[in-house]
Design a protein around this ligand. Structure first.
Ligand SMILES: Cc1ncc(COP(=O)(O)O)c(C=O)c1O
Length: 441
C-alpha cells in the first residue's frame, strides 16, 4: 500500500503506541493498514486540525470526510438534537428526507431528479451497479486502470487498485485514464472504444462505465475539464450508462462546481456520493434519472435500515447549510488555486516536484527522481517528513508517486502557507539520504 506502516515493525518502535500496534494486529486481524512510518494516534479533532494525546497539533491536509471541518459545532448540534428527538427509518413518512432530497437534487442537472439513500459509498456504488444492470439488460462494466469504488464483492471487482488478487472477472474491462498526451480526450475515448469492443467480443453487453470524476486513485487526473466527455458518450452509444462516482470529488471540493462531473460538461445517468455528505456520519446515496431507476424498482423493492434515517438526514442537511453559509466552495477555489500556484512555483527550485494537478482543494503533485521518472520513494519521504513536521497528507496513483492534498474545506491561506513551509523544510533536508532525521516537532 502507498503510505503504509510496515506491521512487521509493530512492537519494535519503542514508542508509547507500540503496545497498541501489537494489540491492534491481534484483535483486528491482518487486513487493516495504517498510514505513516510512525503511525498517528489522534485523540481529538477541531476544524482543520487533529491533536494527539500529548496535545501536539497536526494540520489535516488530507481528510475529505470532515468536509466542513472536524467536530464542527453546527454538525454536532444537529446530530445531538435529532438523536434526542427521533431516529427511525424510511418505512415511515417523514418530511425532512423529502426536503433534503429536493435540496440536494437542485445542485444537479434536471434529469437527475430522484435520490436513494445508503450508508456508505460502497453501498451507493453497489446499488448503482444493480440499477445499471436492470436499466440496460447488460452486465459489463468499464473502470479506470487504478480505480477504487468500494468494498462489497460487486464493487471490489470494479476496483483494480485493490491489486490482482481481487479478480475483476470477465464482465469488467479497464480503461486507461486520460494521461498527459497530445490529445488526452481522444486517447481516453479510444481506450473506451477498445474496452467496449473487448466486452462485446466476449458476448457481454455493457451496463455502465463507473468513473471517479477527479480520478483520485489513478493519480488525481483533473485536467483539462471536458476531457472525459467523448469517452463517456461512447459508452452511451453502446447502450451503457454513465455512473459518476462523486464519493471523493463531490460537495464543492473542486471549487468551480459542486460536483466533479460538472467540470467535464457531462450529465451522468447515475451519481454516487458519500464520504463528505455527513461530515463523518455515515450517509451516502445515488442520484438517478427516473427512467434508469424504474426498471430496478420493478425487479426489486429497496430498504436500507440506516440509509436515510432521520439522524442521517439531519446531519446531511446541516452539512449543506455549513457549506453554503461558510462559502466553502468559493474558499476551496481561492485557496486551492493559490496553493496549486505556489506548488507549481516550487518546480523550478526543487527538481523532485513534478506536475501539479487538481481543482479546488483536491490537489495531486507528481514526485520525480533526478531523471524525472516517478519516484514513490521520494513521495514517501515527503509524506513522512511532513507528518514529522505536523502536516498530514498522503500519496496516491498507480505508482504511489503522487502527493495527495485534500484537506477539509475551511483550509485557509494561512494553513496553505503552513503546509508549504513544512514542505520546503522537508525538501531542504534532502529526499535521498536519511532526510527524516532532521524532522522538526
Ligand atoms: C471514489 C470512491 N468510491 C467509493 C468509495 C467507497 O466508499 P466507502 O468507503 O464509504 O464505502 C471510496 C472510498 O474510499 C472512494 O474513494
Amino acid at each position: 500500500m502507498v503510505n503504509g506502516f510496515d506491521m512487521a515493525r509493530a512492537g519494535t518502535l519503542g514508542t508509547a503506541d507500540d503496545a497498541l500496534l501489537v494489540r491492534r494486529q491481534r484483535v483486528l486481524g491482518p487486513a487493516y493498514r495504517l498510514f505513516y512510518e510512525e503511525p498517528l494516534h489522534p485523540v481529538r479533532g477541531e476544524g482543520v486540525f487533529l491533536f494527539d494525546a500529548s496535545g501536539r497539533r497536526y494540520l489535516d491536509a488530507y481528510n475529505n470526510v470532515p468536509v466542513v471541518g472536524h467536530a464542527h459545532p453546527r454538525i454536532v448540534a444537529a446530530m445531538a438534537r435529532q438523536a434526542a428527538t427521533l431516529n427511525t427509518h424510511t418505512r415511515y413518512l417523514d418530511e425532512a428526507i423529502l426536503a433534503y432530497a429536493e435540496r440536494l437534487l437542485a445542485t444537479m442537472p434536471a434529469p437527475l431528479s430522484q435520490l436513494m439513500l445508503t450508508c456508505t459509498g460502497s453501498e451507493a456504488n453497489d446499488l448503482a451497479v444493480r440499477i445499471a444492470k436492470a436499466a440496460t439488460g447488460g452486465s459489463g462494466f468499464l473502470v479506470t486502470a487504478n480505480a477504487y469504488h468500494g468494498v462489497t464483492e460487486a464493487v471490489a471487482a470494479l476496483s483494480p487498485s485493490l491489486g490482482p488478487a481481487v479478480a475483476p472477472g470477465p464482465h469488467v474491462e479497464t480503461i486507461t485514464p486520460p494521461l498527459a498526451s497530445p490529445d488526452p480526450a481522444e486517447a481516453f475515448a479510444r481506450s473506451v472504444e477498445a474496452a467496449l469492443a473487448a466486452l462485446v467480443a466476449r458476448g457481454i453487453r455493457p451496463a455502465a462505465v463507473i468513473i471517479d470524476t477527479i480520478l483520485s486513485s489513478d493519480g488525481v487526473l483533473a485536467d483539462p475539464p471536458g476531457i472525459l466527455a467523448p469517452g463517456l458518450e461512447a459508452v452511451r452509444r453502446a447502450g451503457g450508462l454513465v455512473i459518476a462516482d462523486e464519493v471523493q470529488a463531490g460537495f464543492g471540493r473542486t471549487g468551480t462546481a459542486f460536483w466533479g462531473f460538472a467540470r467535464h460538461g457531462i450529465v451522468p445517468d447515475l451519481v454516487t456520493m458519500g464520504k463528505p455528505m455527513g461530515n463523518g456520519y455515515p450517509v451516502a446515496g445515488v442520484a438517478a434519472r427516473p427512467d434508469c431507476l424504474a426498471p430496478f424498482a420493478e425487479l426489486s423493492r429497496y430498504f436500507n435500515t440506516f440509509g436515510g434515517s432521520n439522524l442521517a438526514i439531519a446531519v446531511a442537511d446541516a452539512v449543506l447549510d455549513v457549506i453554503e453559509d461558510e462559502a466553502l466552495m468559493a474558499n476551496a477555489q481561492a485557496v486551492g488555486t493559490a496553493l496549486r500556484g505556489a506548488l507549481e512555483a516550487r518546480r523550478s527550485e526543487h527538481p523532485a516536484i513534478g506536475a501539479v494537478r487538481g481543482s479546488g482543494l483536491f490537489i495531486g503533485v507528481d514526485v520525480v527522481d533526478a531523471d524525472g521518472a516517478p519516484s514513490a520513494a521520494r513521495a514517501t519521504r515527503i509524506v513522512n517528513g511532513l507528518r514529522q513536521r505536523g502536516v498530514l497528507i498522503s500519496a496516491s496513483g498507480p505508482l504511489g508517486h503522487v502527493l495527495k492534498i485534500r484537506p477539509p474545506l475551511p483550509f485557509s491561506f494561512a494553513h496553505a502557507d503552513q503546509l508549504l513551509d513544512a514542505l520546503d523544510d522537508v525538501l531542504a533536508g534532502g529526499l535521498d539520504g536519511n532526510g527524516s532525521s532532521n524532522a522538526g516537532t
